[in-house]
Design a binder for this molecule. Structure first.
Ligand code: FAD
Length: 320
């Protein structure tokens, strides 16, 4: 099983994609159409988010395993500590391993129902992602990722505290981090700088969501925890009643964000797809030229593309 970090060599920018577990048969069909449409673009890896409860979790597990069994893609499973005892977490991790899944994004997760509600640890479970990183590491040869928050996690008192705990979980054995959505490249670059200033050079990947509709823009506000910057609002808000014009400008904004990140040496972009392929494909292929056989479009070139992926501050990988 190939590890995520070996798929991000650093000599040429690449991209990865994130899917959600399908809710029903129609959603499953849509998801698999998207997976097939993106497979030929050779993403570095694909990940499947971990559901909040029972059946949704089963669909995460099944989908991740099906990606391994039926495609050429490198698969990464998300896993959260929500409502799981350590014994259950061990079982899920063991199941992943037995299906050839060796890349795990280790997360604490949010309280089910109300993400901002009180976090109640399972009586026999874990409190923080850091402990899940340690657990996954202890169970075998896994490549482990964690989440990071450009504006700080909503539960962190301030950015110093946020960086402190992020660095702790990276040092617990994470090989890379994926950043939550953000609006401006500097927001991500400052996060990367904070972590580097703490003496940690772990590979950091930005999360990107093509801003194709006002609804997606609102979702980005919700997930990022930040308001739309005034310059961006001035470009997009006047187009809210014109879907075609909004999409075009939203795609321009997203492309400019990606271009700046790549120009700043970011080695890979992680696209949230909402189980659709069209916008991601358009940005990756037509606008950035990141797909195989394409030349990099409109990027300042050539330059170093970020830290050596083998130079992480956690223990090194795995896979194989
Ligand atoms: P942690 O790293 O544990 O941090 C949670 C809070 O506790 C932070 O404020 C942190 O600073 C603080 N903290 C950490 N360690 C300590 C400590 N030792 N002592 C005191 N305070 C501490 N959710 C899902 O349900 N399923 C998914 O598939 C999913 N995928 C995601 C993918 C990405 C890329 C991102 C960015 C988020 C994802 N989430 C997912 C959401 C995530 O689970 C929530 O944002 C959750 O609130 C934080 O999880 P975490 O792993 O960052 O938590």
């Amino acid at each position: 099983m190939t590890s995520v970090v070996t798929r991000i060599p650093g000599d040429r920018p690449v991209f990865s994609v994130e899917f959600m577990p399908p809710r029903d048969d129609a959603d499953e069909l849509r998801l698999w159409n998207a997976i097939r449409a993106l497979e030929g673009l050779d993403p570095a890896f694909v990940s499947v988010t971990y559901g909040a409860g029972g059946s949704s979790r089963d669909r995460t597990i099944r989908t991740t395993a099906r990606v391994v069994a039926e495609t050429t893609l490198v698969s990464m499973a998300h896993l959260t500590a929500v409502d799981h005892s350590v014994a259950e977490l061990r079982n899920v991790i063991g199941w992943y391993a037995s299906h050839g899944i060796r890349n795990v994004l280790a997360l604490r997760g949010d309280p089910p129902g109300d993400p901002n509600g009180e976090w109640v640890k399972h009586p026999d479970g874990l409190s923080y992602a850091e402990e899940l990183v340690t657990l996954v590491r202890s169970l075998g040869d896994f490549c482990v990722g964690v989440s990071a928050f450009p504006y700080g996690h909503p539960r962190s008192a301030d950015l110093d505290e946020d960086t402190h705990y992020l660095v702790r979980k990276l040092r617990a054995g994470a090989d890379f981090a994926i950043a939550q959505l953000f609006f401006e490249a500097d927001d991500f670059l400052r996060l990367r700088d904070r972590v580097a200033a703490a003496g940690c050079e772990t590979l950091m990947l930005p999360g990107v969501m093509p801003l194709t509709t006002p609804k997606i823009l609102s979702k980005t506000v919700e997930l990022s925890g930040a308001e739309v910057p005034a310059t961006l609002a001035a470009r997009l808000n006047p187009l809210a009643g014109d879907p075609k014009a909004f999409r075009e400008e939203g795609m321009n904004v997203t492309t400019e964000l990606c271009e700046r990140l790549l120009a700043e040496g970011v080695p890979s972009l992680h696209f949230y797809t909402f189980n659709r392929s069209k916008a991601t494909k358009e940005i990756v292929v037509d606008r950035l030229g990141l797909a195989p056989g394409r030349s990099l479009a409109r990027l300042p070139g050539p330059k170093s593309v970020g830290p050596d992926p083998t130079d992480a501050c956690g223990p090194q990988v795995v896979g194989g």
